[in-house]
Design a protein around this ligand. Structure first.
Ligand code: ZN
Length: 93
């Protein structure tokens, strides 16, 4: 089995993740693995600088009728030490 680069906290993964667990779901979802449109992106907490944890994603064209560019997706992350700090970002083609 290739080294997936999965860490014990479940907050990071390497380039072989798809071979180990399959492609993450492309839809609106709470938790789980983000389905990055372009590349893995983890913002840093503005309070402590720690890498933030994926919380949910909103897929372009879902039942909410939101658009995030060309077939894009929005992602929200939070800090484990500062759960009141959330950071949105989005990616598109
Ligand atoms: Zn923090």
């Amino acid at each position: 089995m290739p080294d997936a680069g999965i860490d014990v906290e479940g907050i990071g993964y390497g380039p072989h993740l798809d071979e180990v667990i399959g492609t993450p779901t492309q839809s609106d979802k709470l938790g789980g693995w983000p389905n990055w449109v372009q590349y893995r992106e983890r913002p840093s907490c503005r309070e402590c600088g720690a890498e933030m944890i994926h919380l949910y994603q909103l897929d372009d064209g879902g039942p909410h009728d939101l658009m995030f560019g060309d077939a894009g997706c929005a992602y929200v992350s939070y800090c484990r030490s500062h759960p009141e700090v959330m950071t949105p970002l989005w990616q598109c083609h």
